[in-house]
Ligand binder design. Structure first.
Ligand code: BES
Ligand code: MN
Ligand code: ZN
Length: 497
């Protein structure tokens, strides 16, 4: 879908705009929005409201054809609920409903003339992102690996947003499109089958991004990882026939000397659990255990498209977690890159084993901040459901600040996180009789002990951890990758640039 901005004024009015369909808002109390009034010179919109054909409830719609007051072929009335309280929920529902109708029409282009600058407690920037994301969501297909593609929807290909045309809205639209494109890449990678989306595939995707956006991309293979003494990461690859890949991708859009933000992604392209094998049902979904890596690559697509003035480095540790005669066993002890020894009590707690070495590797960049992103624990879904990513940092002033920054970035982007604790009590649970650390704690608080484990490897810089097990994927009939937390990460970086 192509997006543009179309500003209307007293000369160039919405009523005279030639387009396939124009969407305007109506409210529950049978009131018309300002834009709807401008199309109501013949009274058809008031009559439709009066007739009760549309309730005005948020998300209700009514399609009118041949409205005399409008040059557009169709007018779509969109309910936004009560005018006094039409906040983000109502707008999101209205926008989604409008886009859904647009997708079924024979029209090629549309104007969305909802009062996008009047969302309660939100700005026009938010509204623009809301429209663009809804457009991408509606257009997104999961039939890439089907021999017969789903029938192409009719529907509008060009969508104009009726907002003032100025530098701020232009920038907001460009950012919204970049973020939505980044999310599409993240979704594609998460949905792709694990026999195709291997560590090598992720590495090639990074290289392709490097070509497209002039990122510096480096891929380390097994030999180089051995030389770096990444024995914790390598222990996870033992059972797999797929070679591990360690991906470094750099966007140096800031001043050369500025400390970079480093994003570290968990890239397990399939998590069988290893010798601590997972149960069969739903195991297919463990193809999305590279969701952290996919969100790093999606965020890079977004910042590349925006050409963000900030230094950002992505680090991805990618491999499969498989059982075999050569696989790591419960009880095995490995020495991680930073020298700490780890007793692997459960081979299914593999995310922290790959991340700890990637986090040690990140030290070399003298980062301004490091954020790791990982589908780390099922317990995070139990704690927070699919609504919020789990956010963990140390509990001191510098980290409270970073946490607040990430929470706010998520709030603004409609991609929220919720802070959870780490600290000494959780570290206690990771004591081992035989090694410096065990890779699992006692039952209870598994998301917190996982984060506490990672914390041991992040003492040289400011660090945050996002557990996206619940937010990166939706299960059920319409299962698939969500593209989260690309909006949070991209927004965090935009605000830092
Ligand atoms: N990749 C999983 C976490 C996960 C589970 C993500 C379900 C998304 C949905 C991770 O590697 C894992 O297996 N974690 C274990 C940790 C446990 C062994 C301490 C878990 O959550 O059960
Ligand atoms: Mn696992
Ligand atoms: Zn995993």
């Amino acid at each position: 879908m192509d997006f543009s901005i179309k500003a209307f004024d007293t000369k160039n009015t919405l009523a005279t705009a030639k387009t396939g369909v124009v969407a305007v808002a109506v409210f529950e109390n049978k009131k018309l929005s300002a834009a709807a009034k401008t199309l109501d010179s013949a009274g058809e919109i008031s009559a439709a409201l009066k007739s009760g054909d549309i309730s005005g409830k948020a998300g209700s719609t009514l399609l009118l054809r041949a409205v005399k007051g409008a040059a557009a072929e169709r007018v779509l009335l969109v309910g936004l609920g009560s005018e006094e309280t039409a906040g983000e929920k109502n707008f999101a529902a209205g926008v989604a409903a409008a886009i859904k109708v647009f997708a079924t029409l024979g029209a090629n282009d549309a104007i969305i003339a909802l009062p996008l600058a009047e969302v309660k407690e939100r700005d026009v920037n938010w509204a623009i992102r809301c429209v663009v994301q809804a457009g991408h969501e509606a257009a997104y297909r999961t039939d890439g690996q089907k021999s017969k593609k789903d029938p192409a929807a009719a529907g509008v290909k060009k969508l104009a947003l009726a907002v003032p045309n100025n530098a701020a809205t232009k920038l907001a639209l460009a950012q919204a499109v970049a973020i939505a494109n980044g999310m599409d890449l993240t979704k594609d990678l998460g949905n792709l089958s694990p026999n195709i989306c291997t560590p090598t595939y992720l590495a090639n995707t990074a290289k392709k991004l490097g070509k497209d956006y002039k990122f510096d991309v480096e891929i380390l293979d097994r030999k180089q990882l051995e030389a770096l003494k990444m024995n914790s990461f390598l222990s996870v690859t033992n059972g797999s026939e797929q070679p591990p890949k360690f991906i470094i991708i750099k966007h140096m859009g800031g001043k050369p000397k500025d400390a970079p933000v480093v994003l570290v992604g968990k890239g397990i392209t399939f998590d069988s659990g290893g010798i601590s094998l997972k149960a069969g049902p739903g195991m297919d979904e463990m193809k999305y255990d590279m969701g952290g890596a996919a969100s790093v690559l999606g965020t890079f697509r977004a910042i590349g498209e925006m050409n963000l003035k900030l230094n950002v480095i992505g680090v991805i540790a990618s491999c499969e977690n498989m059982p075999s005669g050569r696989a790591t066993k419960p009880g095995d002890i490995v020495t991680s890159m930073n020298g700490l020894t780890i007793e692997i009590l459960n081979t299914d707690a593999e995310g922290r084993l790959v991340l700890c070495d990637a986090l040690t590797y990140a030290e070399r960049f003298n980062p301004a901040a490091v954020v790791d992103i990982a589908t780390l624990t099922g317990a995070c879904i139990v704690a927070l459901g699919h609504h919020n990513s789990g956010l963990f940092t140390r509990h001191d002033a510098a980290h409270d600040k970073l946490a607040a920054e990430l929470l706010e970035a998520g709030q603004d982007a409609g991609d929220t996180a919720w802070r959870l604790p780490i600290g000494e009590l959780y570290n206690e649970q990771l004591k081992s009789n035989f090694a410096d650390l065990a890779n699992i704690g006692s039952p209870g608080g598994a998301s917190c002990t996982a984060a506490a484990f990672l914390e041991n490897f992040t003492r040289k810089y400011t660090w945050a951890h996002l557990d996206i097990a619940g937010t990166a994927w939706k299960s059920g009939g319409a299962k698939g990758s969500t593209g989260r937390p690309v909006p949070l990460l991209a927004n965090f970086l935009i605000k830092r640039a």
